[in-house]
Design a protein around this ligand. Structure first.
Ligand SMILES: [Zn+2]
Length: 116
């Protein structure tokens, strides 16, 4: 069976599907990225269907977009004090801020959002 077949819940059987490319945005480790997402639709009834192959491709596209953008971004990190750091993502920003303060805190905020 070709990978271009997948189960369609509406038809109740495996169907050939068509792929539509959709510009999408996502936030990965606190960084906004743009990439092209692929959506799959049943060729017979047009219902959106899930394909593992296409889903993997979407993950790869997201990772590639994240990897391409290595420019440092400015993050505001707050715990007991507020500090502005330049980092490639929010994880690195928090690490840098923790080094500066040489201590940890229960509550860390990055750009005003609680960091977990
Ligand atoms: Zn269908």
């Amino acid at each position: 069976m070709s990978w271009r077949y997948t189960y369609c819940p509406k038809c109740g059987c495996d169907r050939c599907f068509t792929v539509k490319a959709v510009p999408d945005e996502a936030v990965v480790r606190g960084k906004k990225i743009s990439f092209i997402r692929k959506d799959c639709f049943c060729e017979i009834c047009g219902t959106e269907v899930y394909s593992k192959v296409i889903n993997d491709e979407n993950c790869d596209a997201r990772l590639a977009a994240y990897g391409e953008d290595n420019s440092p971004t400015k993050y505001t990190v707050e715990f007991t004090s507020t500090v502005e750091v330049e980092a490639k993502d929010s994880v690195e920003a928090v690490e840098k801020a923790q080094e500066m303060f040489s201590h940890d805190s229960m509550y860390i905020y990055v750009d005003g959002n609680l960091w977990s």
